[in-house]
Design a protein around this ligand. Structure first.
Ligand code: IPD
Ligand code: CA
Length: 282
């Protein structure tokens, strides 16, 4: 079978490297921080510049392809996944980390055809770790093969999650209540890198058994989703069943046993879908 998308993936790796250089340079300078949905949902000129660079460079090589990019959607572009080859881009995953110099910041480039993710590139650019995976061809970090943990016992596990950027007291209450349930199973620990994609790459690397979150976006998780699966892990919806990329919720785990255990504990709450028509309210 011809290796259809290798060229596209090589291009994604090259452009992610370039994007990482820009992000690292920007850390040395003053940055102008702006807010999006709330005072804790941050964006910088670097997020916008890097997304423009990635999209322009891909468009030049693959003019027929579509895009979903975090900052383009913020600027009013649609967020709809069609059957066409589509690049799903988060120029800076972990913007809050970036603003504070907390060293977990990733460039995320996922690629889907017929709504199925074909490859993912997550460049943790401060650590200089390039995570890559192609459907059916394994997952790698800087060229080294990745494998999820073989732990099946939740009490022997580390679970990653995040607080997100919604500070509605009811949402915060549910985040804490879910975390308390997981913590008191008990598990060995709860962690959060401040980047959904890096949390998922840590699952793929085998040092965290699972990651869950409600409130993520498709661009936070698309690239890392392929990396988790190709490292032998599973993706699940919070209430069980297959993960829906547009649903704003995810469990990424080393195996089904751990994923199902988490889904059994956690109470889901609504988040507006990424592909909700403009003007839709929850
Ligand atoms: C966020 C990070 C964060 C997660 C949020 C994401 P951003 O992405 O991944 O860890 O909790 O849900 O939106 O805004 O830094 O690209
Ligand atoms: Ca981002």
């Amino acid at each position: 079978m011809p290796d259809l998308w290798q060229d596209a993936m090589d291009h994604a790796v090259a452009v992610a490297k370039k994007a990482g250089e820009i992000i690292r340079d920007a850390l040395q300078n003053d940055m102008k921080v702006m807010c999006k949905s709330s005072s804790v949902d941050l964006v910088t000129k670097t997020d916008q510049k890097v997304e423009q660079l990635i999209i322009a460079s891909v468009k030049e090589k693959f003019p027929e392809h579509g895009f979903i990019g975090e900052e383009s959607v913020a600027a009013g572009q649609p967020c709809v996944l069609s059957d066409s080859p589509t690049w799903i881009v988060d120029p800076v995953d972990g913007t809050t980390n970036f603003v504070h110099g907390y060293p977990f910041v990733a460039v995320c480039i996922g690629f889907a055809v017929n709504k199925k993710l074909e490859f993912g590139v997550v460049y943790s650019c401060i650590e200089d770790k390039m995570y890559t995976a192609r459907r059916g061809k394994g997952a790698f970090c800087n060229g080294e093969s990745l494998q999820v943990s073989d732990q099946k016992v939740i009490n022997q596990s580390i679970i990653a999650t995040e607080f997100g950027s919604d500070r509605d007291p009811e949402v915060v209450e549910k985040i804490f209540s879910n975390m308390r349930k997981i913590l008191c199973l008990p598990v060995h620990g709860i962690r959060g890198a401040g980047s959904a994609a890096i949390n998922m790459c840590l699952v793929a690397s085998g040092c965290v058994e699972a990651y869950y979150e409600i409130g993520v976006h498709c661009w936070d998780v698309a690239a890392a989703a392929v990396i988790v699966e190709e490292a032998g892990g599973v993706l699940m919806d919070l209430e069980g069943g297959p993960m829906d990329l547009m649903s704003r919720r995810i469990i990424a785990a080393n195996n089904k046993t751990i994923a199902e255990r988490i889904s059994k504990e956690i109470e889901a709450y609504p988040a507006l879908r990424d592909d909700a028509p403009p003007g839709t309210t929850q």
